[in-house]
Each structure stands twice: as C-alpha cells, then as structure tokens.
Design a binder for this molecule. Structure first.
Ligand SMILES: [Zn+2]
Length: 381
C-alpha cells in the first residue's frame, strides 16, 4: 500500500515496541507523527488491525553500510559496466529499506551525487548520509595535503569524513593496530572537518588511533574490537560513540559464507570476531553509546541488516539495548536525536510495522519475517 504523504494515516490500537500492555492510536501527517494517544480503555482487547495485533517500532538506522560497492574485491567492480553498477546500487538501497532500515550513514565509497541520482531516477527514498571518499594510507602525505583533501570531500557534498586509521582484514595481524597516519596528520583531518562543521567517523580496530580519536573528539569509532577496558572508559567520558559492526566479521570468518574469503582472511576475521564480545562488554559496562552498523557491502548482504541486531544481543546487549542502538542512539550519533529514531509526536515518521512483538523475536530471521510494512517519511512501502 502507498499513500500520499500529505494525507493522514492512522493506526488504531497498535502497540509501540518496548512499551508493554498499552495500546495507542497514532496519526501520521505530512511525514511526521502528529498525534500519539493511548487507546481508550473501553476496548483494550480490540486488535490493532482487522483481527491481528500490530506493533510499531522506529525505522532502523544503519550507521555503517557501503551502498556503492558491488563486490568484495574492488577490482571486480571495475569489470562491470556503469549501468550495471548503478542498477546494483539502486537494488542495495531498495533491499536495505525493505528490511526496515530507513536511514543509513554510508561509511565510504558512495558519492553524494550518486545518492541524488538514485533518489531521482530510481525513486529510492532511503535517507543516506555520506562521507564520499575515505581517507586512508594513500593520503598520508602530510597535514596540509590532508586539510586540502577534507575540503575537497566536503565540497563534493559529504556530511561526514571517514578516516581509515588502522588496517583491517587486508593487514597482517601483527600490524593491524599500527596507525596509518601520524598523530599530527590525524589531528589535522579532524580539525579541518570540524572547521567545516562536518563530523568524523574512524575505522580503528584499536591501538593509538583509538586514543587519538578520543583526544581529538571524533563522533564515532568503527569496529574497535581490540579496544581495552581503559579505552572504553575514556570513550564513555568523551561521549565518543562506538559502532562495533559485529556480524560482518562473523560472516567473513566463515569460509562457506556469501563472502567466500580465502583462508588467510577468514583466519584474521575469526580473530576479530573472537575479540568483539569483550570490546562490546567493556563499552557497555563503561556506558559508551553503542550504535548499530553492519558494514555490509555486497548485494548478498544488503537486506540482511537485522542480523546485526542478533549479533549485538549475542555480545551481551539486552533486546531493549540492541533496539536503542539501532534507533534512538543511532539517530543521536547521526546528529538527529531530536527528530528521528523514536515513535514520538513531532518526530519523522520512519517506522516498521510488525505483526509480532519485535522485542520478543526469537532471532533476526523471525524479526525479519514479522515485518508487515516499512514506513518512510509517513509513506508506507
Ligand atoms: Zn566499512
């Protein structure tokens, strides 16, 4: 079903996920929740919608996806023609929205102009925040050069700057925590971004790059599986968010997964996956703001984003905490905590309708299967 966003839409006797034993009448108008009132007690048993109970939850916010990439190995993308790449990218937008993700922060590789093109030519309404080109080893050419790069990236329309501050699966294990930039370079990137009013996200598995992220005030650390307990406390104190992206390393570690990586990469991913629960528990205990992010980057993975919800719970988050990480906390990390990520009056009507309580779902598969529809800016998809 699809309705004109200028029209009103009302859900009667619906449950709000996370609020037990109360039903609500919710009206959406002009893309926002215009009225949310508890249903009259005269009919508490009346189901939400023609005989079945429904639950509404805020749309999920994926803080770390890669919608532009179509292949694990970038060389494989270069073999595809541009029309095919564009079609796959539009499919990635579509699959992401269909699974209940209504906003994403693309963590690198997606040009702001491409987002606009896909919105216009493919009618994809997913909200996408971009960081455009990532700053990595090839850019470690001094503070002045980096300042220039930041200015170029922001001029391309990016609203975030992404620093690849340590190695990843491609680096030998003993070198993976070595910083890619000098501290001076790192500081110059963050300063240049902040001068332009743009926030910074940092790919860091741990080590000195994580300390610098805290010291220079970046918005979020990505992956962070080798963070120490002491670093977790300092992250909490500095209000730096942590986006662990747990599930992708579990997938990468499995040689029979859709990524089908070689044994060396699988082995490195396995070490990372093993470390993640400890890092998440340090962060949780210290009170670090934890955000939901998948790091999904291939057509087979887009649309399975809710697997991260299950992985976060596996790492010790409660269901309520995992939902918070995927909604209100993620909106806050994006900088939209006062308008997005909650079922609340005046908030943007990005939501998921379920026919089972999403806080009770057995696993990601059950959660996925209980989705009735996804509402984006007040329009049901
Ligand atoms: Zn990534």
């Amino acid at each position: 079903m699809s309705i004109n966003s200028q029209h009103e839409q009302t859900f009667s006797h619906i449950f709000i996920a996370g609020i037990a034993d109360k039903r609500f009448d919710i009206t959406i108008k002009n893309g926002v929740f215009s009225s949310i009132v508890e249903s009259s007690i005269a009919s508490p048993l009346q189901p939400s919608d023609s005989g079945r109970d429904l639950w509404i939850a805020p749309g999920v916010i994926d803080l770390h996806t890669h919608l532009a990439w179509t292949d694990f190995d970038h060389d494989d993308q270069l073999k595809r023609d541009s029309q095919e790449i564009e079609g796959l990218q539009a499919q990635a937008f579509e699959a992401t929205l269909r699974t209940g993700v209504t906003s994403v922060r693309d963590a690198g590789g997606l040009a702001p102009a491409t987002v606009e093109h896909i919105r216009q030519h493919y009618g994809q309404p997913l909200s996408v925040h971009t960081c455009g080109d990532m700053l990595g080893a090839g850019d470690a050419r001094g503070p002045e050069f980096l300042q220039q790069r930041v200015q170029e990236i922001v001029a391309s329309g990016a609203t975030w700057i992404k620093i690849l501050a340590t190695g990843g699966l491609g680096s030998p294990s003993e070198a993976v925590l070595n910083p890619v930039f000098t501290e001076e370079e790192f500081a110059a990137i963050v300063r240049a971004a902040h001068d332009l009013g743009v926030k910074v996200l940092v790919h860091a598995w741990g080590g000195a790059a994580l300390d610098w992220s805290i010291k220079y005030g970046v918005a979020s650390i990505e992956h962070g599986m080798f963070m120490t307990e002491d670093q977790a406390y300092r992250l909490a104190q500095s209000a730096t968010a942590f986006v662990p992206t747990v599930s992708i390393y579990r997938i990468a570690a499995d040689p029979s997964s859709v990524l089908a990586l070689n044994p060396v990469l699988c082995e490195r991913a396995a070490r990372a996956a093993e470390a993640h629960p400890k890092a998440v528990s340090y962060a949780r205990k210290a009170g670090v703001r934890i955000g939901f992010g998948t790091d999904y980057a291939t057509p087979m993975l887009h649309g399975t984003n809710l697997d991260e919800w299950e992985a976060l719970i596996d790492c010790g988050l409660t269901r309520a905490e995992a939902w918070h990480a995927a909604t209100a906390a993620a909106a806050d990390i994006l900088g939209y905590g006062d308008s997005l990520g909650r079922i609340a009056e005046g908030f943007i009507a990005d939501a998921i309708i379920f026919d089972g309580d999403p806080y009770q779902a057995e696993n990601a598969k059950a959660l996925q299967e209980s989705i009735v529809s996804v509402i984006k800016g007040g329009v049901e998809k």
